[in-house]
Design a protein. Sequence first.
Length: 161
Amino acid sequence: MGLSHRLTHKCTANISEQAVIGDEEETGEAMEREVLASRLALGGLISDGDSHTHRGVAKVMQEEAVVRTKPERCVVHVTRNVRGKVTKAKFSADMFPGKTSIARNRVKTIFANDLVQRLNAEYGRAFEKIGMLKKCTCAMGRSMDKTMQAIPSCYVGDHRY
């Protein structure tokens, strides 16, 4: 299949990221009923941060299998989300150096990329330390809470965390 090949059927693999795919919660419920029909219970579901799919899956799992399904976040979506939040956030006028708004925005972009790299590095280290089987536990949450405290301190030169 070459680059010039066009897919004519609609599915989540070949639609635009911005395309409306319908009621995500309802889709999650239907999807989980199919999964449960094969007697498979889900303890976690990876989705983007604004997805309602997890809500539907968790509802069915709780009602029909009495299993709590934890939401897991896709690192790609988290990265994109953090960059977007930094870009849109209102900072004090002297937060980013530069004589022009273009120069300040360039520094803001560098800051956003640096923040994302730090978050991903800390997430990776926590994942290694805690382990794959325990990644859904409170330990990961505590580790990332410490990260959120440590990063601002690190930017001002305090590396005690």
